[in-house]
Write a protein that binds this ligand. Sequence first.
Ligand code: ZN
Length: 505
Amino acid sequence: MSSGSEKYGRLEELLAEVVGLRRAASLLHWDQQTMMPKAGAAARGNHMAVLGKVAHEKFTSPEVGKLLEDLRAHEASLPYDSDEAGTIRVTRRGYEKATRLPPDLVVRLSRANTEGFAAWLQAREAKDYKVFLPALERIYGLMREVTDVIGWRDHPLDALLDNFEPGMKIAEIEGVFDELRTTLVPLCKAIFARTGAVDDGPTRLRYPCEPQMTASREAARAIGFDLETRGRLDLSVHPFTTSFSPDDARITTKVDEDFLVTSLFASLHEAGHGLYEQGLPTRFQQSVLGDGASAGLHESQSLLWENVVGRSRGFWEFFLPRLRAIFPAQLGGVSTESFYRAVNKVQPSFIRVDADEVTYNLHVMIRFELEKAVFDGELSLKDLAEAWRAKFRDYLGITPPDDLVGVLQDIHWTGGFGACFASYTVGHVSCLQLYEEAVREIPDLEAGFARGEFAPLREWMGRKVHAHGHKYGPRELVERATGRPLTTGPYLGYIKRKFGELYGL
Ligand code: ZN
């Protein structure tokens, strides 16, 4: 009979194969989004499906299940914080979930997603939610099945939220939104009444693509993303980040030649995700721990560099001279103060991905409230588009003119329905809580931004967040890093301070 550590060694070996297959699939995906000739799509889809299937089979194999059972006593003897205990814990959670879904449900889900995506494209073409409705009803029915198979106690959406934010509950997310709603809705109304106070004109001139890519690379490099030997920045339709190890993290951006903000801030955002990936411990590179804590915590790092740093006065004192050197004609006469204001304009908008720091979480809240109302039986999917419009009127004071810029804008609901969006808000809230703690521990942190000194903040996040990989859930990680549970105070304080000053409220 082999010892606990021998069994653990065997588990690590099997997991390394699973991780290797998943990384290979991610590389195929990266290539598909950046380099692949268009006609390659069909074959590529097959190759990715094969890798996904083999990885799933390996991960859910009886041998993994047996090892997890046999390792219970060994696990109990390990310190909770150890890599070994973390690996067993994370593997057990994933294994139980993956094996609970019956194969026929997985097949029906994947078919519903494919059909849902096609119906969503047609509905967008027709700008008509009704075209998407039958597919969404099917997807919703399957999601109800999933919640029941996985199991839940307080709310069915808890079972789905756990996929994005391990260990978090819908009741907590609801509490967060209650606090955000109370502050953000009146704040937005006050800002919208003074929207002319901030002019984003300087960012809306002609900015050709090539020099924008140069600027984007320089910005990513400035905050410490290693583009030389451990990373890349390329173009894609939707910006994203992927990585194959801490030594190979890749980010993408997209360019709008009539709006300077798009690529520059997408690059800072993705570089924030990229710093998380480059900051993961090398010893986790073949491990299930070689990942961020959760979707929301990953987002906290991208929002940190995009908004908290990238939209700060200090950053622009440092970076505007560099940007001006790339675009002398457009930015020659623009002061730091007017550029800082321009990149912080707040306005009501229909589209979530174009929303500013203040309105963004209202976009998320609308989706969360609608999903929850459907799961609670208070709203029928038939009435979703109308309910969407009503909420936009209530919270943002504007009514989407059609479903394309309304209920049909996100791809998320083609792949599932329920708790899809909460991570974005977990990201905003945890970002400011982590940042506030970093500022408390390093008093001259913000003063350094104007001198281009971002290493102290990056290293603090490295120690408190990146170093733990996927070992802890989001709630636990935030509490370990800041000494208190997730709270909206720092986020709301930051928003009120920053935008109160900008808009003279
Ligand atoms: Zn992101």
